[in-house]
Design a binder for this molecule. Structure first.
Ligand code: A3P
Length: 275
């Protein structure tokens, strides 16, 4: 089966596949789908479909740069392309691999309160177990031992240790090539986040406050895209979180506190959950 070449044309002139100018590296459940979908509405930004997982999965990485390029969307001359693969943030080999391929890439990291992220990650796992009729422990059972200790080896916990992962990225990339955005702000005021992203990516200003409207049924913002289309994320985004005991919440908050402090200081951010 022949694959499309690097250059194709349509009625609007030449379209090419190019390496992404920007990559959304994570974090899983931070709001990565929301930010890439909103950015895809921008006339100077084109998003790759789905999650590419080139740099984090060895079997994809071994297929080489041309394989990666074929996963990129056809883009016009005055547009940049962007991809997102949320597990890039936590896989140790990724920063050096990206650096080797595109040292001037602009990285976007969406992070939210690590306790909420952990619950969100669990909620997604639980939904998948429900579909497969697998046993479904409660959140408290899933992350706490019978002795009231946190199960620190659980992935839902480890992914939330932002400082541990971020430290690795800073060994490969200067801090000014990474924009760290607050996922909680993205959910409550997407416009304010997108303005910062436009500046960071140096694309013409496009987003306006009026493009975003709160959908009461969904409990999240939806937005008006190109051609006046209405866009909301699907039902797998914005799931209802389970009840969690106060004791578990307190233990998680104490556990994450030093990691939050270290991350916010390294990233030079003062989000609502940093203190
Ligand atoms: P929850 O489903 O736990 O609420 P990701 O795309 O990285 O998996 O992140 C999913 C999270 O994006 C959701 O987690 C939700 O909180 C957040 N989000 C931010 N803005 C959103 C929006 N406009 N619509 C739906 N979810 C949004």
């Amino acid at each position: 089966q022949s694959s499309p070449g690097p250059t194709e044309t349509n009625g609007n002139g030449e379209l090419t596949r190019k390496l992404p100018s920007s990559i959304i590296i994570g974090v899983k459940k931070g709001g990565t789908k929301a930010i890439i979908s909103m950015l895809d509405s921008h006339p100077h930004i084109t998003a790759a479909k789905g999650e590419v997982h080139y740099f984090d999965r060895d079997f994809n990485y071994e297929l080489g740069k041309d394989w990666y390029l074929q996963r990129m969307p056809l883009t016009s001359k005055d547009s940049l392309c962007i991809e997102k693969s949320p597990s890039y943030f936590v896989v140790p080999s990724v920063p050096e691999r990206i650096l080797k391929l595109k040292s001037d890439v602009k990285l976007l990291l969406v992070v939210r309160d690590p306790v909420t992220r952990t619950i969100s990650d669990y909620t997604q796992l639980d939904a998948k177990k429900a579909v497969k009729s697998l046993p479904r422990p409660s959140f408290d059972e899933f992350v706490m031992t019978g002795d009231g200790e946190i199960k620190v080896s659980r992935n839902v916990i480890k992914v939330s240790l932002y400082d541990v992962h971020f430290k690795r990225w800073l060994k490969s990339f200067p801090i000014d090539s990474i924009l760290v955005v607050n996922g909680d702000e993205l959910a409550s005021n997407p416009y304010s986040v997108l303005v910062k992203v436009e500046e960071f990516l140096k694309v013409p200003k496009y987003f306006e406050k009026e493009m975003f409207y709160y959908n009461k049924t969904k409990g999240f913002y939806c937005w008006t895209g190109s051609n006046n289309s209405t866009n909301c994320l699907g039902s797998s985004k914005g799931r209802k979180h389970p009840e969690v005991s106060e004791e578990t919440l307190n233990k998680l908050r104490s556990y994450f506190r030093p990691h939050i402090k270290s991350f916010c200081s390294m990233a030079n951010v003062s989000f609502n959950w940093c203190n």
